[in-house]
Design a binder for this molecule. Structure first.
Ligand code: FA5
Ligand code: MG
Length: 430
């Protein structure tokens, strides 16, 4: 992809990204504002907190895994285009049709076949097919989500995969096996059992032996706890939580205790064997994980608001230095007053509240208000008993990170949002 800025023409029938032209269709919901984040590469910007975190994680993996000549085992990919197919983001990862994560209200679709990746896991099959056994991929991901201090529509993930063969896993115990005998004689049978089972329990995949799973789980958890201690020191409080992903089984999340609460920082698990088979690997067991760089950087540097990662203010950026290994804590430049304004409107007759996706509203508001919006909450839903019309009320909290906003500036932006919302959704502002 080139660095060319995307055309902001909403009416156009095509979307241009780099040298590619995509036909729009009724799935297209990516906004010019969102497209403008492509190639922002905050994770590669020298001295940026996201880049510092990335470097420390990569350095840990380089040091932890070396071959017998002392060369790092993991290769790192940090400039892969975020434009992926629906196959890459979902089907390849065994995410079933109709799964909520595919919804138009949750992803930025370019059209019905392409989207901006919702996780860096989307590249798994192509990376393994290209022959990689140990890799790390880092980049920005895109999700339509709520708006508050820990959620932003663009954030950064680091995913890793490690494939382990029989000799690596068991050493000299050559009578141990990765796969059950049953599976070796009839792989089809056992696969069917897996793909039909929803994530009901945390049990292993039927194709794997218990000893292979337990050894891999041990390595996965040890390396991730090691990473956590490398980043935050030996006294960091953490816990493992059982969870489900369609592409790993069993699966876990790692949470870290931060500011009086548990914060989820990564998801991981034993890779589903079908994914390995579909990538041309039939003799290994694999683990994979995906972590959020912003979450880790917020803990490491005490950064209170996720919008700060997009700040170009020198008062923010000069606080971080990648050569400095001390755990430097962010000092708020200053706090500016906030200003909150409500926006209520009637939905068109016959449109029910549940048919209106708040994420559509958030996109428009963000597109106009940008980073002067700190938070948006849906404060009221109401159906008029007589007319049957439904009404919604959103509270928008305005606060700039770098200056005091005047009432006039806030009113102007708020008015523009109201205007565009009423035109786009055919609603009547109350
Ligand atoms: C995933 O995206 C999985 N692909 C992770 C994975 C990879 C699991 C490989 C197993 C194997 P999840 O949606 O939970 O999972 O996101 C992973 C991490 O990204 C979270 O733990 C969190 O650290 C970060 N994250 C998720 N959503 C946000 C958000 N809106 N803002 C900031 N960080 C987020
Ligand atoms: Mg999660």
């Amino acid at each position: 992809l080139s660095t060319q800025t995307p055309s902001p023409n909403l009416q156009a029938s095509t979307i241009e990204i780099g040298n590619h032209v995509f036909q729009k269709d009724d799935w297209s919901n990516v906004t010019p504002k969102i497209l403008s984040y492509i190639k922002s590469e905050k994770h590669l910007q020298k001295h940026h907190p996201l880049s510092i975190i990335r470097k420390r994680i990569v350095e840990y993996f380089y040091n932890t895994y070396k071959n017998n000549r002392g060369t790092p085992l993991f290769s790192v990919y940090d400039q892969v285009s975020p434009v992926v197919s629906v196959h890459q983001n979902f089907d390849n990862l065994l995410i079933p049709a109709g799964h909520p994560s595919r919804a138009k209200s949750d992803c930025y679709y370019i059209n019905k076949h392409y989207l901006l990746r919702a996780h860096t896991t989307a590249h798994q099959i192509e990376m393994i097919k290209s022959g990689l056994d140990n890799y790390i991929i880092v980049g920005e991901v895109y999700r339509r989500d709520e708006i508050d201090s820990t959620h932003y529509p663009v954030f950064h993930q680091l995913d890793a995969v490690r494939l382990i063969g029989k000799e690596k896993l068991f050493g000299n115990f050559l009578d141990l096996e990765i796969f059950e005998n049953d599976f070796k004689s009839n792989p089809q049978k056992i696969q069917t059992i897996i793909s039909n089972s929803k994530c009901i329990d945390q049990s292993k995949q039927p194709c794997h032996t218990l000893e292979a799973v337990k050894l891999t789980e041990h390595e996965l958890k040890s390396v991730l706890v090691g990473l956590t201690q490398h980043l935050f020191g030996d006294n960091i409080e953490y816990r493992w939580v059982d969870t489900c992903f369609p592409f790993t089984q069993p699966s876990w999340e790692l949470e870290i205790y931060h500011k009086g609460d548990w914060m989820e920082v990564l998801g991981c698990g034993i890779m589903r064997n079908e994914i390995l088979l579909n990538s041309g690997v039939s003799n290994s067991i694999g683990f994979a994980f995906g972590l959020g760089l912003e979450r880790l950087a917020m803990i490491l540097f005490d950064i209170p608001d996720i919008r700060l990662f997009w700040s170009n203010d020198s008062g923010f950026l000069t606080q971080f230095n990648e050569e400095d290994n001390r755990p430097n804590k962010y000092k708020a430049i200053s706090t500016f007053p906030q200003c909150s304004n409500d926006l209520s409107f009637w939905l068109p007759e016959g449109v029910e509240i549940d048919n209106f996706s708040p994420n559509d509203f958030y996109d428009i508001a963000r597109g106009i208000g940008g980073d002067m919006i700190e938070q948006i909450t849906l404060v009221d839903k109401f159906k008029h008993p007589k007319t049957g019309k439904s009404s919604l009320c959103f509270r928008i909290v305005y606060r700039h990170m770098e200056k005091t906003l005047t009432q006039a500036e806030v009113n102007e932006t708020h008015g523009k949002i109201a205007k565009v919302v009423s035109e786009s959704f055919n609603v009547v502002i109350r």
